[in-house]
Design a protein around this ligand. Structure first.
Ligand code: PLP
Length: 376
């Protein structure tokens, strides 16, 4: 039986799966985080192709509701944002890559300087007449990027350094903001307050999405939400904002499989009853994690169709996976099945694969037909 396709109208016929990306929901999520951030400026983390949703449409939608500052990981990503947003402020979180100062300056990408090596290179570049601004990343306890607090103290003793280096921001990053009770939060906050005192007048930024929820002390002058904008959960036990990404795959075929037989590679799952198995046109080459598959010893992720939940059966292959639709008689060839979205939280699917929604979103592959709602 063939089924007509209820949503969205421009259903692709050539792709096996599709993403519906709701840019209006993205914009509303930004607005609700901006309201929570009170007087602090609200920027947006758009690294990783805007957490998989597509960086150009994302920054345009965010700019329309007032976002002016964007954080990317790499100069390459910054160049894409710059092409879409000639006037935006763009920070490059992974810092100043070797010999790239002039590339940053030409595209007015501000490196987030995270080590004394980067600092020396940027200082030499500025001293030679180079232009452009930069942020100073100070490590407050994550031990990933950032100059140490002791280094920051030395830098602060050098009056004129902020102007000489064109510093426009001092920032740090919280390691445990999604766990509000974690003692590292308060410790990082206290260090950041000391950093602020070291550089009077220099704007300061500490909070990611979860950091915004930790309270006004964490907001400083600029907040940097990412995951919350894209509809992912950000604090343990708290509901996420609006769903932005819906991933769906088409049913390629439905087969009847007798009880006792197995489905897929490795014969990893044995059917306990005679089953109707729907084969979906999605696999790990689409970024659907193989670890989300189902085995006899461990249930996998689930999908959603015709108002019901359908669990994965067996392993996820490169281009295909199987779900059990025995209890969903309406299911038919050509139907679109929700992999994650409003009815199947991305966090649940990610958890079934032993990972987090950030990784599921940023893994979204190139084979999806992308359909943008709300003015791309
Ligand atoms: C990714 C990132 C953010 C955004 O974090 P979310 O948890 O996605 O809100 C903010 N700041 C830095 C330094 C980041 O790397």
């Amino acid at each position: 039986m063939e089924h007509s396709d209820p949503t969205p109208s421009q259903a692709p016929v050539t792709a096996g799966n599709r993403l519906t990306i709701d840019l209006a929901a993205l914009a509303r999520n930004w607005q609700s985080l901006a309201a929570r951030a009170d007087r602090a400026e609200t920027s947006a983390a758009v690294k990783g192709n805007a957490y998989g949703i597509g960086v150009e449409p994302a920054v345009r939608a965010l700019a329309r509701v007032g976002c002016r500052t964007f954080f990317v990981a790499l100069p390459d990503e910054g160049l894409r944002v710059r092409a879409a947003m000639p006037d935006a402020t763009i920070y490059v979180l992974n810092g100043l890559a070797t010999n790239l100062a002039s590339v940053h300056a030409e595209a007015t990408l501000r490196p987030v300087i995270g080590s004394s090596g980067e600092l020396d290179e940027w200082a030499a570049y500025r001293a030679a007449g180079g232009s452009g601004n930069a942020a100073l990343h100070v490590d407050t306890g994550m031990n990933r990027l950032g100059v140490t607090f002791a280094e920051a103290q030395e830098l602060a003793a050098d009056t004129g350094l902020v102007d000489r280096l064109g510093l426009s921001l001092a920032m740090s990053h919280l390691a445990c903001a999604d766990t509000p009770a974690h003692p590292l939060n308060a410790s990082q906050l206290a260090t950041m307050q000391d950093v602020k005192a070291l550089f009077p007048g220099l704007p300061v930024s500490l909070a990611n999405t979860a950091g915004i929820v930790l309270g006004p002390d964490y907001h400083f002058d600029l907040v940097r939400p990412g995951i919350g904008l894209y509809g992912g959960p950000f604090v343990e036990g708290m509901a996420p904002l609006e769903t932005v990404v819906t991933a769906e795959a088409r049913i390629v075929q439905i087969r009847d499989v007798p009880a006792g037989q197995t489905v897929g590679y490795g014969a990893a799952q044995t059917l306990a009853r005679p089953s109707r198995i729907a084969i979906l046109s999605t696999g790990y080459a689409d970024g659907y994690h193989r670890a989300a598959g189902s085995t006899d010893s461990r249930p996998g992720a689930a999908t959603f169709l015709h108002g019901r939940v359908a669990p994965l059966v067996g392993r996820v292959s490169m281009d295909l996976m199987a779900i059990d639709v025995t209890d969903i008689p309406e299911a038919g060839r050509g139907d679109w099945v929700e992999l994650f979205g409003p009815n199947m939280p991305v966090a649940d699917v990610a958890a079934a694969a032993g990972t987090i929604s950030y990784e599921f979103l940023t893994s979204l592959g190139a084979r999806y037909a992308r359909h943008y709602l709300g003015d791309a």
